[in-house]
Design a protein around this ligand. Structure first.
Ligand code: ADP
Ligand code: MG
Length: 457
C-alpha cells in the first residue's frame, strides 16, 4: 500500500505551473472531470497550439487576491454540472501536486464564484493508485492561503479594447458614429463585412476568416446585422462568441427580435403589454383569425417587415379577410393585430442601452399615413417618457436579452404597448432628434462589460 494515495473528501493541493501554490479542493467521486474556478477567460496562441489566460481568486475569503494563470488548451467540451446545467468549457492540462504525488491532470474551467470550493477534483484525476475515504478530510498535508502573500502581484496595465463592428455598411451614419466614438476613446475598432466572413468550426480553436486571413480575437463585437442577413449573421456572431468575444447583442437575442411572432410570445410571457395579436397557419381559419383581434380595424404585418414596408391597415372586417386571403395566396407569413387608433399615426422609439433608456423620440406619420417609420416620411421629435413607458421599454429589451435595443411603443388608451423591439436600431434619427451621444454610450457600455486581464475595471 506504500504508493497508494489516500484522499479525504476535501484536500489541499497545488497547481505549480499555474502559479497556484495552494487550493482547497472538494474531492468528488461523482464527477468525472476536475473543475477549477476561472473568470475572464481569454484565448491566445497559434491555432495549432491554443492557450488560455484566466483569472482566479484562489481564496474564497479574499476576493481581492487575484491570480492570472496561463495554460495550454487540450479540448473544449460540453460539461454538465451537478445542477444539471450544460456548459461549453475549455479543458486545460495542468500539473497537480498533492502530498508527495505529482501528476498531470485535465481540468475544465468554469465560474465557481458561488461555490465554497474553488476546485473540484473528479475521478479522472485520481488514477489507479488512489483511494478515496469519504468520511475523512485533509488526509494529505494541509497548505495555507498565506503562501500567496509571497507572490508579487502583477500590476495590470491598461490596454485599449479590440472591437469588431459587424456590418455590411461601414459608411452609413450609425457605423461611422460607432467607429469614431470607439476610436476617440482610444480603442481599436474594425468594420467587418458580415457577408464576407467565413468560418472554421472547431471546438478547441474556433476561427473566423476574412479576406484570406484568420481574424484576431476581439474583446467585443458590435453586431449591425441587416434583416436579409439574419441567419448567416447570427452564425458569424456565434462564431465570434466562440472565440471569446463579448457580443453587444447575443445572436439568439437578435434572432428572437427579428422573428415578430417569437418576440410577441416572449414579451407577452413576461407580462409586457402589446396590441392584441393573432396568427394562424391554415387558410381555413381566416374569418376566425380576424375576429380574434376584435371587431374594429386591424393591421396586417408580414413577419419579416422592416421600415413599415410590410404593414397594411384594413378598415373593415371584410377588407381584413380579403387581405388575409391575398397574403395567403402569396404564401406570406404574417400576423393580424388590433389597430391602436388613438396612437394617431405616432409611435415612440426608446433607445435602451445596458438596461437604461438613454434617448427617446416620438415619430409622427405623414398626413394620411398611419405608419410612423422615418423611412415612410415620419417626423421625429425628442420626448420625455412617462415612468410607465420607461419601465416597459427596459423590460422588453431585458426579456429579449438585448444590451442595445430600439423599443417601439404605441400610446394606447390602456397605457403604453410595445409594438416591436429592434436589435440594430439606427442612430441617425434618434441622435438628431434628441442631441444625445448614443454611439458614445454604446462604447462606454462595452468598456464596462468587457473585462480584460490586463486592464483594471
Ligand atoms: P416594421 O417592422 O415594418 O417597422 P411595425 O410593426 O413597426 O413594422 O409597424 C410600422 C408602423 O406602423 C409603426 O411604427 C406604427 O406607427 C404603425 N403601426 C404598427 N402596428 C400598429 C397598430 N397595431 N396600431 C397602430 N399603428 C400601428
Ligand atoms: Mg417598426
Amino acid at each position: 500500500m506504500a504508493d497508494m494515495l489516500e484522499l479525504g473528501w476535501e484536500e489541499w493541493l497545488a497547481l505549480p505551473k499555474l502559479g497556484l501554490p495552494a487550493i482547497k479542493a472538494k474531492v468528488d467521486t461523482g464527477a468525472r472531470t476536475s473543475a477549477l474556478h476561472a473568470e475572464v477567460i481569454e484565448t491566445f496562441g497559434k491555432p495549432e497550439s491554443p492557450q488560455v489566460r484566466f483569472l482566479i481568486q484562489p481564496d474564497p475569503e479574499r476576493p481581492k487576491l487575484e491570480i492570472v494563470c496561463t495554460a495550454p488548451v487540450v479540448d473544449r467540451r460540453d460539461v454538465t454540472s451537478s445542477n444539471g446545467q450544460t456548459e461549453l468549457r475549455y479543458v486545460i492540462a495542468a500539473e497537480m501536486q498533492i502530498g508527495r504525488e505529482r501528476r498531470t491532470i485535465e481540468i475544465t474551467l468554469t465560474n465557481r464564484e458561488t461555490m465554497s470550493y474553488r476546485m473540484l477534483l473528479g475521478r479522472s484525476a485520481f488514477g489507479e493508485k488512489t483511494v478515496v475515504s469519504p468520511d475523512k478530510s485533509f488526509v494529505q498535508p494541509r497548505l495555507s492561503y498565506d503562501l500567496y502573500d509571497t507572490i508579487k502581484p502583477r500590476r495590470p496595465a491598461s490596454r485599449p479594447l479590440r472591437i469588431a463592428l459587424l456590418t455590411r455598411e461601414p459608411d452609413n451614419y450609425s457605423s461611422r458614429r460607432l467607429l469614431d466614438s470607439a476610436r476617440s476613446r482610444g480603442h481599436i475598432i474594425e468594420p467587418i463585412n458580415t457577408s464576407r466572413c467565413y468560418m472554421k468550426i472547431e471546438a478547441k480553436a474556433p476561427e473566423v476568416h476574412y479576406d484570406g486571413k484568420t481574424l484576431p480575437s476581439y474583446d467585443a463585437v458590435i453586431p449591425r446585422i441587416g434583416a436579409s442577413m439574419t441567419s448567416y449573421g447570427m452564425a458569424v456572431l456565434r462564431q465570434f462568441e466562440g472565440t471569446g468575444a463579448w457580443c453587444l447583442n447575443p445572436p439568439a437575442s437578435i434572432g428572437a427580435s427579428r422573428d415578430k411572432l417569437l418576440a410577441h410570445q416572449l414579451l407577452s410571457q413576461a407580462g409586457i403589454a402589446m396590441p392584441v395579436t393573432a396568427f394562424a397557419n391554415s387558410p381555413k381559419d381566416t374569418k376566425d383569425l380576424v375576429g380574434l383581434v376584435g371587431s374594429g380595424p386591424v393591421v396586417l404585418k408580414l413577419l419579416e417587415s422592416t421600415q413599415g414596408r410590410g404593414v397594411v391597415l384594413a378598415e373593415t372586417k371584410k377588407a381584413a379577410e380579403s387581405l388575409v386571403d391575398a397574403f395567403r395566396g402569396l404564401d406570406a407569413n404574417f400576423l393580424v393585430q388590433e389597430f391602436v387608433k388613438e396612437a394617431a399615426g405616432a409611435d415612440v422609439r426608446c433607445l435602451v442601452i445596458g438596461g437604461r433608456v438613454v434617448a427617446a423620440m416620438k415619430r409622427q406619420a405623414q398626413e394620411g399615413e398611419f405608419r410612423s417609420n422615418l423611412h415612410r416620411g415620419g417626423q421625429a421629435t425628442a420626448i420625455t417618457l412617462s415612468p410607465g413607458e420607461k419601465k416597459i421599454a427596459v423590460a422588453a429589451a431585458k426579456r429579449l436579452g438585448l444590451n442595445l435595443a430600439g423599443v417601439d411603443i404605441l400610446q394606447s388608451k390602456a397605457g403604453p404597448v410595445v409594438l416591436e423591439v429592434n436589435s440594430s436600431p439606427g442612430l441617425e434619427g434618434i441622435e438628431a432628434a434628441t442631441d444625445k451621444d448614443v454611439a458614445g454610450t454604446v462604447v462606454r457600455l462595452i468598456e464596462q462589460r468587457v473585462r480584460t486581464l490586463s486592464r483594471k475595471r
